[in-house]
Write a protein that binds this ligand. Structure first.
Ligand code: FAD
Length: 403
């Protein structure tokens, strides 16, 4: 009998853990496993705020795929997926090559969502890939250098506006405020010239999170000098200028800023729409076993998928935690189908949520308990290192882990 072809798209949190689990669960002769990713490395998306602020070397956040998977069991293809033809069971790559599948797993992650705000896509930077964060770090350093070379009178060179105070925005702010003293010293910029402004449409940071924790985070950021413009939305961006104001109402203000970073939203990969799936912002509401509705051999996980939270009757927010748990379920389900068994239902179990505030502080809820300060920071590092354990690469904890 012909061996089935399992093709995994994307080597992020969801895709890579699916591959590692399939490699462990299936015997060598059970199936051909192919993993397709646009780079030959995996990066820890959840760490990207650190290299963006320049507090971590970007290389610490990346691991080469062939150091994770067993190349004799998982064929890695470096390529960019263009679309999937579900009727013909084929994956089309941008270079024109075609990969046939019997089972396909979408783990292509997300892209920044700018909600049609004029100029945001064109003039703001985003924390979305290893190269995007390299660009942010270099841009901030170059802007600090320009402050002096332009005669020290234009503070906009050292003004950083961050749109959004969700986890990505707050964690980035937590890193950059700690780096400012070093940047000021290095580029001879007086601290009082630097402005860091956060614009968030909700009335609090980390909307929807526990109020005691959000108050802690907000006060921490304010103490470090962040100007919080809560209850305000970005209404437009032009090169070096952000216009913002209350969402309901005509009043607006502007800030001149050489660095504008947008962290306010994520939608699923555009490949979802291109491949003809019904989705909201490219997130497909998946069946109980993570299959796409109407497609017995298509699994969708991570930021490309939506899983309903029965408590709130809304989809869970897209996180690495849910992508990882879906990956375990999908690997088990594909193995079950190959062995003629039925699939099992996916149930998300939140193990808690922790946000860092720089290297030594943070907030979170773990096992129903609120944690703050150094305890939260310690727990965040444990969670970050756990990813390497999930990938079954214990040595990486010592080599790349956080302590
Ligand atoms: P990803 O991990 O993003 O992987 C997608 C992969 O697909 C990437 O390797 C990408 O290169 C590849 N790819 C994309 N398009 C193509 C294509 N066309 N062809 C080939 N390959 C492609 N979540 C948490 O749970 N906890 C946190 O603390 C947390 N912090 C975060 C901090 C930041 C700064 C950010 C940006 C996100 C954070 N998240 C956090 C969210 C989390 O990172 C995502 O939800 C998670 O990475 C989604 O996993 P995924 O497998 O769907 O996609």
């Amino acid at each position: 009998m012909k061996r089935p072809n399992i093709v995994i798209l994307g080597a992020g949190f969801g895709g890579l853990i699916t591959a590692v689990n399939l490699q462990k669960t299936l015997a060598a002769g059970d199936a051909n496993i192919t993993l397709i990713n646009k780079h030959d490395y995996h990066y820890q998306t959840t760490w990207l705020h650190e290299p963006a602020a320049g507090t971590m070397n970007p290389d610490q956040a990346r691991v080469y795929i062939n150091d994770i998977v067993n190349p004799s069991r998982v064929k890695f293809v470096k390529g960019i997926v263009d679309r999937v033809d579900t009727a013909g069971k084929q994956v089309m790559l941008e270079d024109g090559s075609v990969v046939e599948y019997d089972y396909v797993v979408f783990g292509l992650g997300g892209v920044p969502e700018t909600f049609g705000i004029p100029g945001l896509k064109e003039h703001a930077m985003t924390i979305s890939s290893l190269n995007s964060v390299r660009k942010i770090k270099e841009h901030i350093e170059y802007s600090f250098a320009q402050y002096k070379t332009n005669g020290s009178s234009d503070n906009s060179f050292v003004t950083i506006v961050v749109g959004g105070a969700g986890f990505t925005g707050v964690e980035f702010l937590g890193e950059i405020v700690n780096r400012i003293p070093e940047l000021c010293k290095q580029y001879d910029v007086p601290r009082e010239a630097v402005r860091i402004v956060n614009i968030e449409a909700a009335p609090t940071v980390l909307p929807g999170f526990d109020p005691e924790l959000t108050t802690y985070a907000q006060k921490w950021l304010e103490r470090k000098g962040v100007e919080m413009k809560l209850g305000n939305g970005i209404k437009g961006v032009e090169p070096g200028i952000v216009t913002f104001g209350p969402l309901k109402g005509e009043t607006t203000e502007t800030i001149k800023a050489n660095t504008i970073i947008w962290t306010g939203g994520v939608s699923g990969s555009p490949i979802i729409e291109k491949s003809g799936f019904e989705a909201v912002r490219n997130r497909v509401m998946v069946e109980a076993d993570n299959r796409a509705p109407g497609h017995d051999n298509v699994f969708i996980i991570g930021d490309c998928s939506a899983v309903m939270d029965p408590a709130s009757n809304r989809p869970y927010p897209p996180t690495a935690q849910i992508a990882t748990q879906q990956a375990h379920n999908v690997a088990k389900n594909i193995a079950a189908l190959i062995n003629g068994k039925s699939t099992s239902k996916f149930t998300y179990e939140s193990k808690g949520t922790v946000a860092s505030l720089g290297h030594n502080d943070g907030i979170g809820i773990v096992m129903g308990k609120k944690i703050f300060g150094r305890n939260a920071s310690f727990m965040k590092k444990v969670i970050d290192n756990k990813h390497f354990i999930e990938l079954k690469k214990y040595g990486l904890v010592l080599k790349k882990g956080k302590f």
